[in-house]
Design a binder for this molecule. Sequence first.
Ligand code: APR
Length: 241
Amino acid sequence: MTDAPTLFVLTGAGISAESGLGTFRDKGGIWSKFDPMKLATPEAFAADPTHVHAFYNARRQNLLAAAPNPAHAALARLEAALEEAGGRLHLVTQNIDDLHERAGSRRVIHMHGELLKARCLHCEEVVETRVDLSTAQACGACGRAGGMRPHVVWFGEIPLFMDEIETALLEADLFVAIGTSGSVYPAAGYVGLARRAGIPTHEINLEPSDNAHLFDGADYGPASEAVPVFVERMLAELREG
Ligand code: APR
């Protein structure tokens, strides 16, 4: 029995599109309706916290009404099977939704933060939240009000867990990107890092992404169909040993 592989999977908004959560850069995407510079930067929050809270409160309510789709479930199956066989699945997501966790994935790294968490600007405490945030909210840790913000990485801010992500990437036997346009760094640079490390790369997307030329292999189609097919292929290879 050969050693089971270690996979590094990077997901983007496309994996949650069929769960009813919007993507950003597709036709009719979130950034075609809202100006990210007025909603997803620290300056925007400082200038008009109520407007920013309203945007994220609406997305949080949308998320609570959404459900994982077969793509999320397939990745959770793959994580369990790889662990069972002595391998590993490092799942890194750009998404701020919790659909991977709700589908059963046990180890998810949210490099752009999480919509169901809030952070206090005064004391940095991070808390779970499923309710609307506002400037009236007092922090449960320091008691001060006016500083609770979405625990989401905004443009101009540093993504989370970058050292852990790069370490995980460099130990992978295969790099897979799912449902991401490959247009926002540092995530968009990870396929290049994998290639320079001699790691095979695979893209699963509705259509070729901006980085499509950097991938050794690809499956194109809706994630809820293409990801389960990919996972079944991986599981068959695992069974053959
Ligand atoms: N199945 C698979 N892929 C899909 C589907 C689907 N049903 N629908 C859309 N896609 C693909 C699109 O073709 C596109 O390549 O998902 C990708 C979504 O790209 P973006 O909207 O740019 O989302 P993402 O790559 O996750 O954006 C990265 O940008 O605004 C920031 O922080 C935000 O995390 C986000 C980051």
